[in-house]
Ligand binder design. Sequence first.
Ligand code: G6P
Ligand code: ZN
Length: 543
Amino acid sequence: MSILTIPTQPFSDQKPGTSGLRKKVPHFQQQHYLQNFVQSIFDSIDVPAGATLALGGDGRYYNREAIQIILKMAAAHGFAKVLVGQGGILSTPAASCVIRKFNTYGGIILSASHNPGGPAEDFGIKYNTANGGPAPEKVTEAIYARSREISQYRILDAPDVALDVLGLSQLGDMQVEVIDAVADYADLMAELFDFSAIRALLASGFRIKFDAMHAVNGPYAREILVNRLGAPADSVMNAVPLEDFGGGHPDPNLTYAHELVDIVYGEHAPDFGAASDGDGDRNMILGQRFFVTPSDSLAIIAANATLIPAYRNGIAGVARSMPTSAAVDRVAAALNIPCYETPTGWKFFGNLMDAGKVTLCGEESFGTGSSHVREKDGLWAVLCWLNIVAVRQQSVEAIVRAHWAEYGRNVYSRHDYEALPTEAANGIMQHLRAQFGTLPGSTLGSYQVASCDDFSYTDPIDGSISKAQGIRLLFTDGSRIVFRLSGTGTDGATVRLYLEAYEPDAARHCLDAQDALSEMILIAGQVSELHARSGREQPTVIT
Ligand code: G6P
Ligand code: ZN
């Protein structure tokens, strides 16, 4: 077996987005496209002799081919060993768990998260560092810079590696160990949570439904919820991962997880419903005919953390992305712990967790997690809720309402305008920026603008600065409107509009969020000229 050096030309579009490089599958299948990016990763990270790499993906179309290419390239770059999930599978949180547990040098995760999969759909790749988290911007910038000047890549000329049988094999000078994709992660969950309390809850007739959305978490949910916690087998639906996610959009929200939503709002509704996304890191939590917004979920987990064995002694601090509601800020204030506001993207939490400043983090985009790994973690969030319900012996809805009664409610909604022409989306943002001078102090309907800005973040640990992370209109009563361009779409541009109003009055907590926010929705449309500029009357998705 010999190492081949293959001449190549740079591609100009390999800039990693919010969470790695994501493109349509045919784009990745262009000659040398994936190889160039992988070489750019290896060139940017100085692989030390004897290093181990973790490797796995969410099983979407092109996963297996990509794994073979990456294995052969790793073998040509001095890695001593690659730990690869059986069948090439690792959920994103499981990959983070494996990197940390086995102290690997880093990991490569193949996923386009919640984007659809299939021959004409999305594929993605990202690099995670030794802490188990997504590479920080200085690393992704270096990878991008390298991809602009690359002229060759190295790959071992070798037959494909068998990925379906556990155990060791040799690829040139490198070992490949095919590991059980689920076991290490399931063991970690068993350490964090009170499995016997959850088992008792389920045995008492508390009925759950988990929708794996034909994505990677099916086998994880089966092992944990059914095998280890004793839930009936039909508690997990769409549990067989498919390369195209059954043609669906594996994003756990009220729009795309409608099959679950119909059940949870239906006649024989279970007590608890949940779903996760393509790569298993996002989550949606539902009670019986009741939706928990991700921002509230984070706040409620924080407020109840000491009921969970792993957090029994309290949490060091919390962090949320800027567009996430300030519900968790109120919990942090009550607990007298710090609360950090970061740009969108899980990678911004890594430094805070590594420095021990925060234990729990969350994002409005259906991501919640803790320092047990360095990715957000869908099943972890589900287990948090089951653990809390098991201890409090209250329904999900009762727990949320009690939380609002105690802290007030941050009424919240996000409106997405997907797949807009890029110029239209940029025009909306420019139009808003152009008003920064005149908006403060002005009155919009019954709201008064206190300030507006383009969110910028200075990382308190390494001092790195991230600018232009979303436009904020802050009102004098603490309400907010935020506009942001998505960093994960692959189809044109997506404008996200985030709306938040604080409601202390418990008598008004029963209002539907869209009704409670209706005036603000109108104001947001007017001030941004969103409808005229996008040509859309309605958002594509409301969460
Ligand atoms: C991915 C990241 C999240 C982030 C989200 C934002 O899921 O892992 O950390 O919140 O993207 O997506 P957006 O499309 O809003 O940039
Ligand atoms: Zn994801």
